[in-house]
Design a protein around this ligand. Structure first.
Ligand code: GN1
Ligand code: MG
Length: 372
Protein backbone atom coordinates (compact mmCIF):
# COMPACT_ATOMS: atom_id res chain seq x y z
CA UNK A 1 0.00 0.00 0.00
CA UNK A 2 1.42 3.43 -0.90
CA UNK A 3 1.02 6.26 1.57
CA UNK A 4 1.65 9.95 2.08
CA UNK A 5 0.13 10.18 5.47
CA UNK A 6 -1.41 13.22 7.11
CA UNK A 7 -0.13 13.67 10.64
CA UNK A 8 -3.40 13.89 12.56
CA UNK A 9 -5.15 10.78 11.24
CA UNK A 10 -4.14 7.23 11.88
CA UNK A 11 -3.86 5.32 8.61
CA UNK A 12 -2.30 2.27 10.07
CA UNK A 13 -5.40 0.26 9.39
CA UNK A 14 -4.22 -3.14 10.51
CA UNK A 15 -4.22 -5.77 7.80
CA UNK A 16 -6.54 -7.92 9.82
CA UNK A 17 -9.20 -5.18 9.75
CA UNK A 18 -8.99 -4.84 5.97
CA UNK A 19 -9.22 -8.62 5.75
CA UNK A 20 -12.36 -8.65 7.88
CA UNK A 21 -13.94 -5.87 5.81
CA UNK A 22 -13.10 -7.51 2.49
CA UNK A 23 -14.39 -10.86 3.74
CA UNK A 24 -17.79 -9.27 4.30
CA UNK A 25 -17.82 -8.34 0.60
CA UNK A 26 -16.76 -11.85 -0.38
CA UNK A 27 -13.03 -11.20 -1.02
CA UNK A 28 -9.85 -12.31 0.67
CA UNK A 29 -7.06 -9.80 1.07
CA UNK A 30 -4.62 -12.10 -0.73
CA UNK A 31 -6.78 -11.83 -3.87
CA UNK A 32 -6.72 -8.02 -3.82
CA UNK A 33 -4.32 -5.22 -4.61
CA UNK A 34 -5.11 -2.25 -2.38
CA UNK A 35 -3.95 1.36 -2.77
CA UNK A 36 -4.90 4.71 -1.25
CA UNK A 37 -7.24 6.75 -3.44
CA UNK A 38 -8.00 10.46 -3.75
CA UNK A 39 -7.25 13.59 -1.75
CA UNK A 40 -10.30 13.83 0.52
CA UNK A 41 -9.84 15.65 3.80
CA UNK A 42 -12.24 13.48 5.80
CA UNK A 43 -12.70 9.78 4.96
CA UNK A 44 -10.01 7.19 4.27
CA UNK A 45 -10.44 5.84 0.75
CA UNK A 46 -8.90 2.80 -0.95
CA UNK A 47 -9.00 1.36 -4.43
CA UNK A 48 -9.37 -2.41 -4.37
CA UNK A 49 -8.49 -4.50 -7.42
CA UNK A 50 -9.51 -8.11 -7.17
CA UNK A 51 -9.42 -10.87 -9.80
CA UNK A 52 -12.95 -10.09 -10.99
CA UNK A 53 -13.72 -6.52 -9.95
CA UNK A 54 -12.31 -3.10 -9.11
CA UNK A 55 -14.13 -1.12 -6.44
CA UNK A 56 -13.69 1.69 -3.94
CA UNK A 57 -13.57 0.92 -0.23
CA UNK A 58 -14.06 3.69 2.29
CA UNK A 59 -13.75 3.94 6.04
CA UNK A 60 -16.16 6.65 7.21
CA UNK A 61 -14.76 9.24 9.59
CA UNK A 62 -17.10 8.92 12.56
CA UNK A 63 -15.88 12.07 14.24
CA UNK A 64 -17.30 13.97 11.25
CA UNK A 65 -20.16 11.61 10.38
CA UNK A 66 -21.56 10.75 13.80
CA UNK A 67 -24.48 8.79 12.30
CA UNK A 68 -22.74 6.76 9.54
CA UNK A 69 -25.81 4.67 8.75
CA UNK A 70 -27.68 7.87 7.86
CA UNK A 71 -24.86 8.68 5.45
CA UNK A 72 -25.03 5.35 3.65
CA UNK A 73 -28.86 5.42 3.61
CA UNK A 74 -28.85 8.93 2.10
CA UNK A 75 -26.35 7.82 -0.53
CA UNK A 76 -28.63 4.90 -1.45
CA UNK A 77 -31.56 7.29 -1.92
CA UNK A 78 -29.46 9.62 -4.07
CA UNK A 79 -28.04 6.78 -6.20
CA UNK A 80 -31.42 5.12 -6.72
CA UNK A 81 -32.89 8.41 -7.88
CA UNK A 82 -30.00 9.12 -10.25
CA UNK A 83 -30.13 5.58 -11.63
CA UNK A 84 -33.81 5.97 -12.44
CA UNK A 85 -33.22 9.39 -14.05
CA UNK A 86 -30.34 7.86 -15.99
CA UNK A 87 -32.47 5.04 -17.32
CA UNK A 88 -35.21 7.56 -18.27
CA UNK A 89 -32.49 9.47 -20.11
CA UNK A 90 -33.14 12.59 -18.03
CA UNK A 91 -29.69 12.39 -16.41
CA UNK A 92 -26.78 12.00 -18.79
CA UNK A 93 -23.94 11.52 -16.29
CA UNK A 94 -23.12 8.12 -14.79
CA UNK A 95 -24.56 7.41 -11.35
CA UNK A 96 -22.39 5.70 -8.76
CA UNK A 97 -23.78 3.42 -6.06
CA UNK A 98 -22.83 1.51 -2.94
CA UNK A 99 -22.20 -2.21 -3.31
CA UNK A 100 -24.06 -4.65 -1.07
CA UNK A 101 -22.10 -6.59 1.51
CA UNK A 102 -22.81 -10.31 1.95
CA UNK A 103 -25.44 -9.47 4.57
CA UNK A 104 -27.12 -7.31 1.89
CA UNK A 105 -26.39 -4.06 3.75
CA UNK A 106 -24.92 -0.88 2.27
CA UNK A 107 -22.11 -0.86 4.85
CA UNK A 108 -20.25 -3.14 7.21
CA UNK A 109 -19.25 -2.52 10.79
CA UNK A 110 -15.88 -3.91 11.79
CA UNK A 111 -14.70 -3.34 15.34
CA UNK A 112 -16.88 -0.24 15.63
CA UNK A 113 -15.72 1.30 12.34
CA UNK A 114 -18.10 1.80 9.43
CA UNK A 115 -16.95 0.80 5.95
CA UNK A 116 -18.71 0.81 2.61
CA UNK A 117 -17.83 -0.23 -0.90
CA UNK A 118 -18.65 1.85 -3.96
CA UNK A 119 -19.01 1.12 -7.65
CA UNK A 120 -15.85 2.18 -9.52
CA UNK A 121 -16.04 3.84 -12.92
CA UNK A 122 -13.21 2.68 -15.19
CA UNK A 123 -11.19 4.88 -17.57
CA UNK A 124 -11.56 8.15 -15.80
CA UNK A 125 -9.50 10.70 -13.89
CA UNK A 126 -9.94 13.60 -11.49
CA UNK A 127 -8.53 17.13 -11.68
CA UNK A 128 -7.33 19.45 -8.93
CA UNK A 129 -7.72 22.53 -11.15
CA UNK A 130 -8.97 23.52 -14.58
CA UNK A 131 -7.25 25.71 -17.10
CA UNK A 132 -9.61 26.48 -19.99
CA UNK A 133 -13.07 28.09 -20.35
CA UNK A 134 -14.09 25.05 -22.39
CA UNK A 135 -13.40 22.76 -19.42
CA UNK A 136 -15.26 25.25 -17.20
CA UNK A 137 -18.36 24.98 -19.43
CA UNK A 138 -18.38 21.21 -19.05
CA UNK A 139 -17.92 21.46 -15.28
CA UNK A 140 -20.70 24.07 -14.85
CA UNK A 141 -23.03 21.97 -16.96
CA UNK A 142 -22.24 18.76 -15.05
CA UNK A 143 -22.92 20.19 -11.60
CA UNK A 144 -26.11 21.88 -12.87
CA UNK A 145 -27.30 18.57 -14.33
CA UNK A 146 -26.71 16.90 -10.99
CA UNK A 147 -28.87 19.37 -9.06
CA UNK A 148 -31.46 19.54 -11.82
CA UNK A 149 -31.91 15.78 -11.64
CA UNK A 150 -33.44 16.24 -8.17
CA UNK A 151 -36.15 18.66 -9.28
CA UNK A 152 -38.74 15.94 -8.74
CA UNK A 153 -37.26 14.61 -5.46
CA UNK A 154 -38.39 15.77 -2.02
CA UNK A 155 -35.25 16.98 -0.24
CA UNK A 156 -36.89 16.30 3.14
CA UNK A 157 -36.46 12.56 2.51
CA UNK A 158 -32.73 13.02 3.18
CA UNK A 159 -31.34 13.01 6.71
CA UNK A 160 -29.43 16.10 7.82
CA UNK A 161 -26.04 14.40 7.91
CA UNK A 162 -24.14 17.27 9.51
CA UNK A 163 -26.54 19.71 11.16
CA UNK A 164 -26.30 23.30 9.87
CA UNK A 165 -23.44 22.26 7.59
CA UNK A 166 -23.50 25.43 5.49
CA UNK A 167 -25.18 27.73 8.00
CA UNK A 168 -22.87 30.71 8.38
CA UNK A 169 -24.10 31.90 11.83
CA UNK A 170 -23.49 28.36 13.18
CA UNK A 171 -19.96 28.42 11.78
CA UNK A 172 -19.37 31.77 13.51
CA UNK A 173 -20.67 30.33 16.80
CA UNK A 174 -18.29 27.37 16.42
CA UNK A 175 -15.43 29.80 15.82
CA UNK A 176 -16.40 31.78 18.94
CA UNK A 177 -16.41 28.56 20.97
CA UNK A 178 -12.98 27.60 19.62
CA UNK A 179 -11.64 31.08 20.49
CA UNK A 180 -12.75 30.55 24.10
CA UNK A 181 -11.04 27.18 24.49
CA UNK A 182 -8.01 27.61 22.23
CA UNK A 183 -4.40 27.68 23.39
CA UNK A 184 -3.03 31.23 23.53
CA UNK A 185 -0.21 30.39 21.14
CA UNK A 186 -2.73 29.39 18.45
CA UNK A 187 -4.98 32.33 19.18
CA UNK A 188 -2.11 34.72 18.60
CA UNK A 189 -1.49 33.23 15.14
CA UNK A 190 -5.20 33.47 14.26
CA UNK A 191 -5.75 36.99 15.63
CA UNK A 192 -5.78 39.00 12.40
CA UNK A 193 -8.08 36.47 10.69
CA UNK A 194 -10.50 36.54 13.63
CA UNK A 195 -10.62 40.34 13.51
CA UNK A 196 -11.21 40.24 9.78
CA UNK A 197 -14.07 37.73 10.09
CA UNK A 198 -15.71 39.84 12.79
CA UNK A 199 -15.57 42.84 10.45
CA UNK A 200 -17.73 41.03 7.87
CA UNK A 201 -20.98 41.40 9.81
CA UNK A 202 -22.82 43.17 6.97
CA UNK A 203 -22.17 40.31 4.58
CA UNK A 204 -23.15 37.75 7.22
CA UNK A 205 -26.44 39.63 7.74
CA UNK A 206 -27.02 39.79 3.99
CA UNK A 207 -26.69 36.00 3.78
CA UNK A 208 -29.09 35.47 6.68
CA UNK A 209 -31.64 37.76 5.02
CA UNK A 210 -31.61 36.05 1.62
CA UNK A 211 -31.69 32.48 2.95
CA UNK A 212 -35.12 33.17 4.49
CA UNK A 213 -36.56 33.38 0.98
CA UNK A 214 -34.60 30.78 -0.96
CA UNK A 215 -36.09 27.44 -2.04
CA UNK A 216 -34.59 24.33 -0.47
CA UNK A 217 -33.21 21.84 -2.97
CA UNK A 218 -31.19 18.66 -2.87
CA UNK A 219 -27.65 19.98 -2.93
CA UNK A 220 -24.36 18.12 -3.14
CA UNK A 221 -22.55 20.40 -0.67
CA UNK A 222 -19.05 19.48 -1.80
CA UNK A 223 -18.89 20.56 -5.43
CA UNK A 224 -15.16 21.08 -5.61
CA UNK A 225 -13.54 20.21 -8.88
CA UNK A 226 -11.98 16.97 -7.61
CA UNK A 227 -15.43 15.53 -6.97
CA UNK A 228 -16.03 15.23 -10.72
CA UNK A 229 -14.76 12.28 -12.74
CA UNK A 230 -13.58 12.98 -16.28
CA UNK A 231 -13.58 10.40 -19.06
CA UNK A 232 -10.20 9.31 -20.46
CA UNK A 233 -11.82 9.06 -23.87
CA UNK A 234 -13.66 12.39 -24.15
CA UNK A 235 -12.00 14.45 -21.39
CA UNK A 236 -15.50 15.52 -20.37
CA UNK A 237 -17.13 15.00 -16.95
CA UNK A 238 -18.79 11.61 -16.65
CA UNK A 239 -19.83 11.44 -12.99
CA UNK A 240 -20.33 13.48 -9.84
CA UNK A 241 -18.87 11.60 -6.87
CA UNK A 242 -18.67 11.96 -3.07
CA UNK A 243 -22.36 11.95 -2.27
CA UNK A 244 -21.92 11.95 1.53
CA UNK A 245 -23.07 15.48 2.19
CA UNK A 246 -26.03 15.47 -0.23
CA UNK A 247 -28.90 16.94 1.74
CA UNK A 248 -31.39 19.77 1.65
CA UNK A 249 -29.60 23.04 0.94
CA UNK A 250 -29.36 26.14 -1.19
CA UNK A 251 -28.12 26.38 -4.74
CA UNK A 252 -25.70 29.19 -3.87
CA UNK A 253 -23.69 26.72 -1.76
CA UNK A 254 -23.02 24.36 -4.66
CA UNK A 255 -22.40 27.17 -7.11
CA UNK A 256 -20.04 28.98 -4.73
CA UNK A 257 -18.07 25.85 -3.86
CA UNK A 258 -17.62 25.03 -7.54
CA UNK A 259 -16.48 28.58 -8.30
CA UNK A 260 -14.02 28.77 -5.39
CA UNK A 261 -12.36 25.51 -6.41
CA UNK A 262 -12.22 26.24 -10.16
CA UNK A 263 -11.39 29.93 -10.40
CA UNK A 264 -8.52 30.46 -7.97
CA UNK A 265 -5.09 30.29 -9.58
CA UNK A 266 -3.50 28.42 -6.64
CA UNK A 267 -4.51 25.35 -4.60
CA UNK A 268 -6.73 25.76 -1.53
CA UNK A 269 -3.80 25.05 0.78
CA UNK A 270 -1.12 27.07 -0.99
CA UNK A 271 0.63 29.73 1.10
CA UNK A 272 1.69 31.73 -1.97
CA UNK A 273 -1.05 34.30 -1.67
CA UNK A 274 0.76 36.86 -3.81
CA UNK A 275 0.28 34.42 -6.69
CA UNK A 276 -3.47 34.10 -6.17
CA UNK A 277 -5.75 35.59 -8.79
CA UNK A 278 -9.23 34.86 -10.08
CA UNK A 279 -9.54 33.49 -13.58
CA UNK A 280 -12.40 35.59 -14.93
CA UNK A 281 -12.71 33.69 -18.22
CA UNK A 282 -13.21 30.47 -16.30
CA UNK A 283 -15.67 32.13 -13.93
CA UNK A 284 -17.68 33.48 -16.87
CA UNK A 285 -17.82 30.12 -18.66
CA UNK A 286 -18.73 28.26 -15.45
CA UNK A 287 -21.53 30.71 -14.65
CA UNK A 288 -23.00 30.67 -18.16
CA UNK A 289 -23.01 26.88 -18.34
CA UNK A 290 -24.33 26.48 -14.80
CA UNK A 291 -27.29 28.84 -15.26
CA UNK A 292 -28.02 27.46 -18.75
CA UNK A 293 -28.05 23.93 -17.28
CA UNK A 294 -31.29 24.82 -15.43
CA UNK A 295 -33.05 25.60 -18.72
CA UNK A 296 -34.54 28.90 -17.56
CA UNK A 297 -36.04 27.37 -14.40
CA UNK A 298 -34.12 29.49 -11.86
CA UNK A 299 -36.11 32.16 -10.04
CA UNK A 300 -34.59 35.65 -9.90
CA UNK A 301 -33.86 35.38 -6.19
CA UNK A 302 -31.89 32.17 -6.74
CA UNK A 303 -29.84 33.81 -9.49
CA UNK A 304 -29.13 36.77 -7.21
CA UNK A 305 -28.09 34.33 -4.49
CA UNK A 306 -25.44 32.82 -6.79
CA UNK A 307 -23.57 36.08 -6.60
CA UNK A 308 -23.55 35.87 -2.81
CA UNK A 309 -22.55 32.19 -2.97
CA UNK A 310 -19.29 33.11 -4.72
CA UNK A 311 -18.20 35.07 -1.65
CA UNK A 312 -19.95 32.91 0.94
CA UNK A 313 -18.18 29.62 0.31
CA UNK A 314 -14.55 30.75 0.66
CA UNK A 315 -15.50 32.84 3.71
CA UNK A 316 -17.29 29.90 5.34
CA UNK A 317 -14.52 27.42 4.54
CA UNK A 318 -11.94 29.92 5.80
CA UNK A 319 -13.89 30.11 9.08
CA UNK A 320 -14.09 26.28 9.27
CA UNK A 321 -10.34 25.85 8.69
CA UNK A 322 -9.54 28.54 11.26
CA UNK A 323 -11.89 26.95 13.81
CA UNK A 324 -10.21 23.59 13.31
CA UNK A 325 -6.77 25.18 13.69
CA UNK A 326 -7.86 26.68 17.03
CA UNK A 327 -9.36 23.34 18.08
CA UNK A 328 -6.04 21.58 17.48
CA UNK A 329 -6.83 19.98 14.08
CA UNK A 330 -9.59 17.59 15.04
CA UNK A 331 -11.66 17.68 11.86
CA UNK A 332 -9.67 18.07 8.63
CA UNK A 333 -6.65 15.91 7.82
CA UNK A 334 -3.48 17.98 8.07
CA UNK A 335 0.12 17.38 7.03
CA UNK A 336 1.87 19.92 9.27
CA UNK A 337 1.13 22.01 12.35
CA UNK A 338 -0.15 25.18 10.64
CA UNK A 339 -1.82 23.48 7.67
CA UNK A 340 -5.32 24.58 8.68
CA UNK A 341 -4.11 28.13 9.31
CA UNK A 342 -2.54 28.23 5.83
CA UNK A 343 -5.82 26.96 4.36
CA UNK A 344 -7.79 29.59 6.31
CA UNK A 345 -5.45 32.38 5.10
CA UNK A 346 -5.89 31.09 1.56
CA UNK A 347 -9.70 30.97 1.61
CA UNK A 348 -10.05 34.32 3.37
CA UNK A 349 -7.71 35.86 0.80
CA UNK A 350 -9.87 34.39 -1.97
CA UNK A 351 -12.94 35.90 -0.30
CA UNK A 352 -11.20 39.30 -0.26
CA UNK A 353 -10.32 39.01 -3.96
CA UNK A 354 -13.96 38.19 -4.79
CA UNK A 355 -15.09 41.20 -2.70
CA UNK A 356 -12.70 43.46 -4.63
CA UNK A 357 -14.18 42.25 -7.93
CA UNK A 358 -17.78 42.42 -6.78
CA UNK A 359 -19.02 44.67 -9.62
CA UNK A 360 -17.52 42.45 -12.25
CA UNK A 361 -18.98 39.34 -10.61
CA UNK A 362 -22.41 40.98 -10.57
CA UNK A 363 -22.10 41.82 -14.26
CA UNK A 364 -21.14 38.23 -15.10
CA UNK A 365 -23.89 36.53 -13.06
CA UNK A 366 -26.69 38.99 -13.82
CA UNK A 367 -25.92 39.47 -17.52
CA UNK A 368 -25.76 35.69 -17.96
CA UNK A 369 -29.21 35.27 -16.50
CA UNK A 370 -30.83 38.08 -18.51
CA UNK A 371 -29.74 36.58 -21.83
CA UNK A 372 -31.41 33.23 -21.03
C1 GN1 B 1 -13.93 18.22 2.96
O1 GN1 B 1 -13.27 15.27 2.35
P1 GN1 B 1 -13.47 16.23 1.24
O2 GN1 B 1 -12.16 16.77 0.79
O3 GN1 B 1 -14.33 15.69 0.13
C2 GN1 B 1 -15.19 18.83 3.60
C3 GN1 B 1 -15.79 19.89 2.67
C4 GN1 B 1 -14.75 20.95 2.37
C5 GN1 B 1 -13.51 20.30 1.75
C6 GN1 B 1 -12.40 21.30 1.53
C7 GN1 B 1 -17.73 16.57 5.24
O4 GN1 B 1 -14.31 17.49 1.83
O5 GN1 B 1 -16.89 20.51 3.31
O6 GN1 B 1 -15.26 21.91 1.47
O7 GN1 B 1 -13.01 19.25 2.63
N1 GN1 B 1 -16.17 17.78 3.86
C8 GN1 B 1 -16.80 17.70 5.05
O8 GN1 B 1 -11.43 20.74 0.70
O9 GN1 B 1 -16.63 18.51 5.95
MG1 MG C 1 -16.46 15.32 0.61
Amino acid sequence: MTSNLPQNISHNIPHNILSLVLAQYGYSQEQCKISLLGNGLINQTYLVKSHDKTFVLQCLNQQVFSAPEQVTDNVDLISEHLLSQFSNKTYALMPIWQLRAQNNKNHVNVQGQYWRALHYIEDCYTLESITTPEQASFVGNAFAQFTNAFDNFNSQKLAEIIPQFHHLPTRITQLDRAIKTSKNSLLLKAKSNIEFIKSQKNFIDEISAITKNLPLRVTHNDTKINNLLFSNKTNKPIAVVDLDTCMAGYLMHDFGDMVRSCCASIAEDSAELDKMSINIDILTALTKAYIAGFNGALAKIEINSLLLGIKLMPLMLGIRFLTDFLNGDQYFKTRYATHNLVRANNQLHLYKLFCQQEDLLAEIVLSTSSTD
